[in-house]
Every structure is written in structure tokens, then in C-alpha cells.
Design a protein around this ligand. Structure first.
Ligand code: SAM
Length: 335
């Protein structure tokens, strides 16, 4: 029987395909296309709307950096909100902090949770059964707009700014997150691959810089996200929680009894905020734009119209125009 190759389709001009030795679940839910499959190299893979969300071989990278950077930056995080994250990976990491009294996870698509428990239970582990966990099936945009609670940390573990997740990359949503944060709280979100999509990091940074006193993107290397280092964005009004000494971080991780991490360390925490120059330039420009009044968020754009082949003409060849910056295309399942 021929094996199926499943493509990631959000790049307009190149694609990544993974061999599916076994498709475990494939469905068009009310919100998105979901496929879970086995791959000999990556383990079990979750793709949503044509974008790889996680693999069981390297999910620890992203989930540890999404959870421990904000929570270790805080002296005593007690109330945490995770928006998205239906696979349970971030929730699992948040609950490792014994100082956390309550972790609310707001996930729009129940199918993601159910299929995680069925096909890759090692990622949620016991997180969904933890008495401190409160799982809410709702649109994160609406939940944050209505909540009266105040959270020490809000972690937006969304998918790419397409489909149901597009609203989680808007100024409206981030402004409501800011309102829902306790004094000195921290907001973290994922900002894609700045080498390929600098506009995503730029847009979120503009909005964060217009809402918070400090915006500090950080990066990690997520092997299954092809296209360079992965950016996460971090915003707070309490400048003291940035540039923490490694010995302070080491004391916190010991005090909270966390010992089974495979990516986050105090040194990685500090180093993650050191951006390569090309990303630093995007951030500096975005902060300056916000100061000049431009607080526009990243707007996911449709795939560029396929370029028409130039008709053969005798005239001298047109001078070469610089290649257009890649923009995020809608994935196949949405085309
Ligand atoms: N943990 C993943 C990873 O490692 O990349 C991150 C992606 S996680 C699977 C993204 C989740 O956000 C999905 O479960 C998706 O259903 C959820 N989601 C998308 N839009 C949402 C919305 N508006 N409100 C709440 N959850 C949303």
C-alpha cells in the first residue's frame, strides 16, 4: 500500500511533506482541518489547517519555553490562563509549578483535546485531571473579553494567525488580555518564524509596545518548525521581571520542585531574550512605530496571486525587481 505524504501548506512558494506511516485521525471539525498521523522520524504529529502544531518527539521545546519563561519570571504566579493549547502540553508544564493554585485553559475545539487524549496521551499526561485545572471550551477572544478574573500570566498558545486562531493575534484580543492581567502580570504569545515571517513578530510587538511598559520577544529552536528560530513574545508593565539573574531562576525552579525539564534552564531563559540582529531590527522598528502611533497588529494575508508568466517579448528584459517578501498563504484546506 503506498504511503501518504502529508504537506505543510502555509508557505506560498515551498512546502514540507512528512510521510504518514499511519493516519490516526483526520476530520474537518466545526473550526479547522485536523489530522494526526505517525511519522517514523517525528513520532505522532498534529497538523491543523495544514500547519504542523506539534510532534511527540520535540514538543517539550515549545511547551517548556511557552510556560516556564513567563512563570519563572514571576515570584509567585498563582492564577494562570492558557488560551488555545488544546493538546495539553502548555497546561502540563504550567501545573508543574506548585505555587499555581489555578490554571484555566480556554480551547475552542473540543476535538483537539479528545484526540490528544486518544492519540498522544503522553503530551497532556494527567494535566486535564489535575484539580487545579479548569478546561473551558470557548473562543478565547470572547472569554477574555468577558472574564472578571485577574491572571498573573496569560499564555496564548494559539495556532498560526489563520482560521479560528486569527482573532488571537489582534489588538482587540491583546487589549482584553492586558485588562485581564493582575498588576505586574505577564502576557506571552507565539510569533512564528521571524526569518520567514517578520511581519508576525512586528505586528504583535507594535501592539504590545502600545499596551505595555516592556515588550521582550524571546526565541527557541523548534526542530519541527522549519524556517529558523521560533519567536515568542513577552509583555509586562513590571520591568523588574526581565533580566533576572540566573541564580534567582535556579532558586525558583528548585523551590517549586521542578526537575524534569528537557529544554528550559536558567541559562537558556536568559539567553532566549538575546535576539539575532535581523530579529532585533524587526523589534526595534516595531517599538519605534508604536511610539509614533502605529499600533496595528499583524493581519494574516491571503496567498499572493500566482505570478503570470511574462509573455515573450523582443523588448530588453525588464530589470530584476527585488523578490517580494513572503506572505502567509492560506493552507490548502482553506484555499
Ligand atoms: N501546542 C501547540 C504547539 O506546540 O505548537 C500550539 C498550538 S495549539 C494546538 C493551538 C490551539 O489553539 C488549537 O488547539 C486550536 O484549536 C486552538 N485555537 C485556535 N483558535 C482559538 C480560539 N479563537 N480560541 C481558543 N482556542 C483556539
Amino acid at each position: 500500500m503506498s504511503t501518504r505524504w502529508i504537506e505543510e501548506t502555509f508557505h506560498p512558494h515551498w512546502r514540507v511533506a512528512l510521510e504518514a506511516s499511519e493516519v490516526l485521525h483526520e476530520v474537518k471539525t466545526e473550526h479547522q482541518h485536523l489530522v494526526i498521523f505517525r511519522n517514523e522520524t517525528w513520532g505522532t504529529v498534529l497538523m491543523l489547517d495544514g500547519v504542523c502544531q506539534l510532534t511527540t518527539s520535540d514538543e517539550f521545546v515549545y511547551h517548556e519555553m511557552m510556560a516556564h519563561v513567563p512563570l519563572m519570571a514571576l515570584e509567585k504566579p498563582k492564577n494562570v490562563l492558557v488560551v488555545g493549547g488544546g493538546d495539553g502540553g502548555v497546561l502540563r508544564e504550567v501545573l508543574k509549578h506548585d505555587c499555581v493554585d489555578k490554571a484555566t485553559m480556554v480551547e475552542i475545539d473540543r476535538t483537539v483535546i479528545d484526540t490528544a487524549l486518544e492519540h498522544y496521551p503522553e503530551i497532556p499526561g494527567a494535566a486535564f485531571d489535575d484539580p487545579r485545572a479548569d478546561v473551558v471550551i470557548a473562543d478565547g477572544l470572547e472569554y477574555v473579553a468577558k472574564t472578571e478574573e485577574k491572571f498573573d500570566a496569560i499564555i496564548v498558545d494559539s495556532s498560526e494567525p489563520i482560521g479560528p486562531s486569527a482573532v488571537l493575534h489582534t489588538r482587540e484580543f491583546f487589549a482584553d488580555c492586558k485588562r485581564a492581567l493582575a498588576k505586574g502580570g505577564v502576557l506571552v504569545t507565539q510569533n512564528g518564524l521571524p526569518f520567514l515571517f517578520p511581519d508576525h513578530l512586528a505586528g504583535t510587538t507594535r501592539v504590545f509596545a502600545s499596551l505595555f511598559k516592556r515588550v521582550a520577544p524571546y526565541m527557541c529552536t523548534q526542530p519541527c518548525y522549519f524556517g529558523g528560530p521560533f519567536a515568542l513574545n513577552f509583555a509586562t508593565d513590571d520591568k523588574s521581571i526581565l533580566n533576572l539573574e540566573q541564580k534567582v531562576l535556579a532558586k525558583r525552579v528548585r523551590k517549586r520542585g521542578i526537575s524534569d525539564l528537557k529544554y528550559w534552564t536558567p541559562a537558556v531563559h536568559s539567553a532566549a531574550f538575546a535576539l539575532p540582529a535581523y530579529a532585533e531590527a524587526v523589534v526595534t522598528e516595531a517599538i519605534a512605530a508604536a511610539k509614533a502611533g502605529d499600533d496595528s497588529a499583524y493581519a494574516s494575508t491571503p496567498a499572493p496571486a500566482p505570478t503570470k508568466l511574462a509573455r515573450k517579448t523582443k523588448k530588453k528584459p525588464a530589470e530584476k525587481k527585488p523578490a517580494a517578501k513572503p506572505t502567509r498563504a492560506k493552507s490548502d484546506s482553506q484555499a
